[in-house]
Design a protein around this ligand. Sequence first.
Ligand code: FAD
Length: 429
Amino acid sequence: MTAHVSIPELGLESVALDPPLFDPTAFRLRDEDAALADKARAMGQAIFAQRAAAYDRDAAFPTENYRDLHKAGFLGICIPKDQGGLGADYRAYSICAAEIGRYCGATALTWNMHVCSTLWSGPLADDLDMEPTVRAGHERRRAIHYRRIVEEGAIYAQPFSEGGAAAAGGAAFETRAEPVEGGWRVNGKKIFASLAGHADYYGVLATEQAADGALSRRNTLYLAVPSKAEGVSVVGDWDPLGMRGTVSRTLLFKDVFVEEDQALMPRGVYFQAATRWPHMFLTLSPTYMGLAQAAYDFTVKYLRGEAPGTPPVKRRMYPTKQIAVAEMRVKLEQAKPLWFQAVSEARPNPTKEQVLRAYAAQFSTMETANDLARLAIRTCGGQSMLKSLPLERIYRDSRCGSLMLPWTAELCLDRIGREALYEPGETDE
Ligand SMILES: Cc1cc2nc3c(=O)[nH]c(=O)nc-3n(C[C@H](O)[C@H](O)[C@H](O)COP(=O)(O)OP(=O)(O)OC[C@H]3O[C@@H](n4cnc5c(N)ncnc54)[C@H](O)[C@@H]3O)c2cc1C
């Protein structure tokens, strides 16, 4: 039976929903989480899917989608309910992001950057060690960020990448935060900064310089730099193969003064998070789980002669098409439960097994999304890759997943191999 959802604040009435990515009964979802996922799917299906082609064509930021996300309360999805948010946990958020990714990859991916500023400073930080006074200060500061998001619709970005080894976790960030009276002076450059020019705050990772000038990963600060602050500039263009709507241009920080209250985490807490809460880096995968499902769904509809915008020509009777769909279904069924399990066990101090599974889930999701899109085009054929249809965009967007640091497909394999064969501290000497 088709479920229907209304979102009055967006003018949506009784949207006949596509089947859920994760069936609430089969995956034993809480009612509240299933309802959130339905709402995300309704927005994606009835609104974002229609706008996605234009954002992609023009490499334009999905500003209208962000207004809708705000109206529906989804900018505050991980903000606690008593502070005006929807109070979703890591898994509930991930499922919603996957649902949105089915219909607009660029919106889901950038929304992830935004949501992480609340997820990491919120439920994730609650799991980390802090002195009581430090925690009290953190709670006071994050309430400021939450208020901006809930009341004003403020959008946060997450520019970490610098082009060197830092975003992969291999070195300290070159972007520096020098302690000054009342805050920090920030200098540096971030590449591939999604939401550049469209976010209100850039959640920047910068290294706080020690008195001797040394840079250490332990001294990483996570600061919300106001986009309008003096010394912030956005340069270069953004004309990539896929995920064009992310507008991931280059950010420059030149002597930018950042107040103490803009800290999204207290000193030392980002390093603690990166080492004790590794699933924080798995949050780029939901978008691509959605894209994997979208490639499969398109193929089934197309071969049945039911894909919107195509003539009602059936191609499902050919055994080669049936085999191809079967192969796609098997790959999707392999990726989905692995991903679901990994997002379900996100927690502080995961076991070695859980960490290896998280890497495997990230690798499988990112690779499967593009693999399914490739198979979809091969199976549906030439007419399916016309730009009037979503499949060729899904194909290009899905190609980006494996490239995202710190858990690129290569780095996941690298870590699985090493950590499976060596216990911490073991060598062959
Ligand atoms: C659509 C899109 C949106 C993005 N949005 C953001 C964003 O909002 N914020 C953000 O911070 N980044 C973002 N990124 C950037 C992304 O995370 C990467 O930093 C970017 O793709 C550059 O990666 P690269 O492959 O060129 O890295 P490289 O510059 O080649 O790698 C950087 C360093 O990582 C290490 N490394 C890389 N590969 C390996 C390996 N196989 N083994 C060991 N070490 C390795 C090396 O030390 C290397 O020097 C985005 C990327 C895309 C595609």
